[in-house]
Write a protein that binds this ligand. Structure first.
Ligand SMILES: Cc1cc2nc3c(=O)[nH]c(=O)nc-3n(C[C@H](O)[C@H](O)[C@H](O)COP(=O)(O)O)c2cc1C
Length: 335
């Protein structure tokens, strides 16, 4: 049910959940399943880098959305200068009138201006209050609070601090919590903290629609929270991966030389681009079918994931768990 003033109303969805954007992981079938399930499904534009691919998928999703108005879809743009596809992808998205964006890593100003010119909404990934302030100043519509242990570029701060801090500093902006959430209980817990919804990534890697290698999915089922480590070797920013022998061989932090090149104003831009390009290639060699490398990005929530299910089942389980958790809490407080 859509209620005035809620996140559901703002994003044209029927349940306050986001299927988080995942590089090399989010695919068309997952996005469509999310829309059918009444949630907001997001994919990174970088998953569709071949000529004509992004425009094609946007046409298909716009048509699919007309028949599945319970849910919605959006695109994640990496707004760093080191993303060579950024401008081209933003122009394509705007020409196809993408209804919702999540920006990550850089300054979202341009995306916000263009999106607002045709009524689309922009939420920004934030891990710190300083970054949130910049996004607020650029008039973002809301925040994705990315906390500790999240899959991908995890933040340094716990959600129990980040979410209430964002809510009290930016009272008018909705906050969606990301990191470590797999269930309806998890969603309810962040709503209690003041968030309007949750964004879930790692849980959806272990889904039937996801087209990564079976080994990657099995590794998520097997991994416990202590098997997830952070490395800056893949993109220059701290990123969570499963601690496989390949991850150990690659290492967890950049050498003094890499750090110096990334900080030097003259070499910074091209060196960071080079690191990111190299990292993308390494991940590609691990994630796509017929590859045997084991550099697999996943969050600490892997601890709680025990089954490969369809996206539809995952979403309906979360809805049921949310309702039961709400009732259980209600009963407790009445005692
Ligand atoms: C494999 C993988 C790839 C990711 N790629 C991106 C990405 O391209 N852009 C982005 O903004 N976030 C990315 N993320 C982060 C997710 O959007 C989301 O914030 C995170 O998965 C939430 O934490 P959880 O995995 O514990 O649910 C990625 C996460 C994973 C697990």
């Amino acid at each position: 049910m859509q209620t005035k003033g809620t996140l559901q109303d703002m994003l044209n969805i029927s349940f306050p959940l986001i299927m988080a954007p995942m590089f090399l992981v989010s695919n068309k079938e997952m996005i469509k399943a999310g829309m059918r399930g009444g949630i907001m499904s997001i994919f990174p534009s970088l998953n569709f880098r071949k000529k004509g691919e992004l425009a094609g998928i946007l046409d298909e999703l716009n048509a699919y959305h007309k028949e599945n108005l319970n849910g919605n879809y959006g695109v994640n743009l990496i707004v760093q200068a080191t993303n060579p596809y950024y401008k081209e992808h933003l122009n394509i998205c705007a020409s196809k009138k993408v209804p919702f964006y999540i920006t990550s890593l850089g300054n979202p100003k341009e995306v916000i201006e263009i999106a607002h010119s045709y009524g689309a909404k922009v939420f920004c990934d934030v891990t710190t209050m300083a970054h949130a302030q910049k996004c607020f100043d650029e008039n973002c519509d809301g925040f994705i609070a990315v906390g500790q242990g999240a899959g991908g570029h995890a933040g340094p701060n716990p959600l129990q601090v980040l979410v209430p801090a964002l809510k009290s500093s930016f009272t008018s902006k909705p906050v969606i919590a990301a990191g470590g959430i797999v269930s309806g209980q998890g969603l309810l817990s962040v709503k209690v903290l003041g968030a309007q919804g949750a964004s879930i990534g790692t849980r959806f890697i272990a889904s039937k629609e996801c087209s990564v290698t079976e080994n990657y999915k099995q590794a998520i089922l097997k991994a416990g929270m202590d098997d997830i480590v952070m490395t800056t070797k893949l993109s220059g920013s701290p990123c969570t991966i499963i601690n496989t022998p390949e991850a150990q061989k690659m290492g967890y932090s950049q050498s003094w030389f890499e750090k110096a090149m990334s900080n030097n104003p003259r070499t910074k831009k091209w060196f960071k681009s080079l690191v990111q390009l190299r990292g993308m290639k390494k991940l590609e060699q691990s994630v796509l079918p017929n590859n045997y490398n084991r550099l697999w990005c996943a969050g600490k929530s892997a601890e709680l994931i025990t089954e490969i299910l369809s996206c539809e089942t995952i979403i309906s389980q979360i809805k049921d768990e949310y309702d039961s958790a709400l009732k259980a809490i209600g009963k407790e407080s009445a005692m």
